[in-house]
Design a protein around this ligand. Sequence first.
Ligand SMILES: Cc1ncc(COP(=O)(O)O)c(C=O)c1O
Length: 486
Amino acid sequence: MHEIEERLAELERLGLSRRLRLVSGPQGPTVLLEGRPVLLLCSNNYLGLADHPRVREAAAAAAMRWGVGAGSSRLVSGTMTIHGRLEERLAEFEGSEACVLFGSGYLANIGVIGALAGGGDTIFSDELNHASIVDGCRLSRAEVVVYRHRDVEHLDWCFARHGRGRRLIVTDSVFSMDGDVAPLAEIAALADCYGARLMVDEAHATGSLGPGGRGAVAEAGLDGEIDVVVGTLGKALGSYGAYACASTEMVRYLLNTARSLIFSTAPPPPAVAGALAALDLLRERPHRVERLRSNARVLRRALAAEGFPVTDSEMQIVPLIVGEENAAMRLCQEAIEHGVFAQAIRPPTVPGGTSRLRLTVMASHTHSELELAAGVFGAAARRLGLAPEAMIAPPVERQESAAQLQAAGMSSDYGVEYFSSAPFDLERDGDLPEVAAAPASWSQEPFVPERERGAAEPDAAPAGTAAARLNAPFDLERELSGARAA
Ligand SMILES: Cc1ncc(COP(=O)(O)O)c(C=O)c1O
């Protein structure tokens, strides 16, 4: 067998093989899935704006006025008036000085992280951060310290032990696969204490959380206090593309250094115009955000009545954690056959052993649709012998899945602490998990949370002088001479 065939067969054997499913029509509450009418419960079109007539009309009008493509990258001839207009609007929306658009959230994350940390620097990254952050960390060549999910105590512990060069903390604000929210105020305080920069990815918070849907940063009262806030236009804002909001100086710096911005075509005018119209709608009708949250409550309540272990939250992302990969796939298929579509999510998107249906609510669902969907999942699970009560309650314990994925030639994003100062090496990192051996100081000193240490002394934070020494201030000259030398 050829290598690719072997790898595909291995993915099949592991229950990790994927395929595309064809949807007809726009991303509304109901769609035709491969010819079958289903209730759509896995789209990130949270506010129902992707299919809103005003958003569609704005995109169509922009295509007529500015054309379909931007023609080149932003720094060549691709910066058009409509880009500037959306950047102004987004800066205002995020309460920041300035904004710059990227082609997508994935591109924004790898571009911003690579601009803020490089070889000799240290990134502290939540273990359940999105793959685009994981990849940004890998590409940056910085040392990467993965801290436990939403665990500020562990993050503090990591700071006390690691941190050469510039230091960057990066976190999703609303986690994409669990829908839980990062403790941003505590993380920001820690960043301040250690003189580290903080980057927050609001992909799933924009439009779903905070005053007027302005996100988790605004909800936490941290407007203007985060070094870089990344958001995407492709989820609640119903379009495509992404943005980074920051100080004027930082945005100027990103324009000069973020490679995924410099070396990629500017976002297409219809997508930009669609996002502008979506922002208008969000401002005019903020009740859509409230509707999304009340819909999330309705779905959670109905799932709980079916016996599913759902958390008491108002977020629009509701995981039904089945565990085993094939079981999640069977539950997905069974629900489709009874008229509800929620895609099964498996490693490497989630840690091994935590495969799930990731349900996402839209403001455009009706309460009765959501109640009906909960009944379909409950009945489907019972028919398959998967008792809803026996499913895993979020948040999940992390599990080691790297070896299994490695066997199939995929890399795991989870369940490992990676700490690598080696430069990116395509042979090694492009294919296999880059789980470099932990340094002695890391492995010999296991982290013990304070609650488990009883009366023992808490880990002391590093003295201010050490933090000052480790966290050399950002030096543009050094950056540029490094780039010249490369
Ligand atoms: C947290 C997070 N950040 C970034 C992205 C990437 O955004 P985009 O789809 O715009 O590339 C996603 C996409 O799912 C995400 O969940």
